[in-house]
Design a protein around this ligand. Structure first.
Ligand code: SAM
Length: 225
């Protein structure tokens, strides 16, 4: 079972997401486990301070290294695994772009710890000394690492056999290079028409029942992600 531990100052953001749909089912089936950790738990002062002003000045506050260091240290103890089976991810727009191949390699691990930044970011010593990977989910700047961590959980979880329900079909969609094959899909009705001269048809080959021809059509219309 792949365990995700998320370090955040807003654990409530995840409530509905983790409780719904296939991600909820995957947890119930014990295919994945997701645990949330409020970073404030690792602060020594009564105000539970997680941030401070940046050296050199700047527009926002920066998450401190100390609580993150302690959180990661304690969370590692929750799952004893070979260190090759664990990755500590820091989300930052300056990180490596998250993609399908990275998701595939994460799906083979046992433990993923994710650090969600906020405000003006995270003390750079977390990137330099604590994180194994710095990931960005795209070339834009969000307010926090919570959405990126949900993106990673969802992309990785659907690669775990039985999360989507048909392990054999899932295998067929993963390429040798660990990309994912996507193609156009249609469902009933065969012809959709809601006004005169409207005639939106499903390609005939998909209705033929001829598996070889369907495969050829899909091959022609596929995109590898
Ligand atoms: N100045 C910070 C930096 O360069 O890393 C970015 C601060 S951003 C306003 C606040 C937090 O949102 C970041 O620390 C990061 O965790 C998250 N974040 C924002 N955009 C992101 C992206 N494209 N990919 C991943 N995480 C992102």
């Amino acid at each position: 079972m792949l365990r995700f531990d998320i370090i955040t100052i807003f654990p409530e953001i995840f409530d509905s997401y983790l409780g719904a749909s296939l991600i909820n089912r995957a947890q119930k089936k014990k295919l994945i486990k997701v645990k949330l950790h409020d970073l404030r738990k690792w602060t020594p002062d009564r105000h539970k301070t997680v941030d401070d002003r940046p050296y050199g000045g700047g527009i926002g506050m920066v998450l401190k290294v100390e609580p993150i260091y302690k959180a990661v240290r304690d969370i590692k103890k929750l799952k004893r695994v070979d260190k090759r089976k664990r990755k500590i991810i820091l989300f930052t727009p300056r990180g490596k772009q998250f993609d399908q191949k990275t998701a595939y390699s994460l799906s083979k691990l046992s433990h993923v710890i994710m650090i969600c930044g906020r405000y003006e970011g995270v003390d750079e010593r977390v990137a330099r000394h604590i994180a194994d990977m710095k990931l960005s989910i795209g070339n834009y700047v969000l307010m926090g690492g919570e959405l990126p961590s949900m993106v990673v959980i969802e992309t990785v979880a659907r690669l775990i056999p039985r999360v989507l329900g048909k392990p054999k079909l899932l295998k067929e969609r993963i390429t040798k290079e660990k990309g994912f094959i996507e193609y156009s899909q249609y469902t009933r009705p065969e012809i959709f028409s809601s006004k005169k001269k409207m005639n939106w048809k499903v390609p005939k080959v998909l209705l033929s029942g001829n598996h070889k021809k369907i495969q050829e059509w899909r091959e022609k219309h596929k995109k590898v992600i």
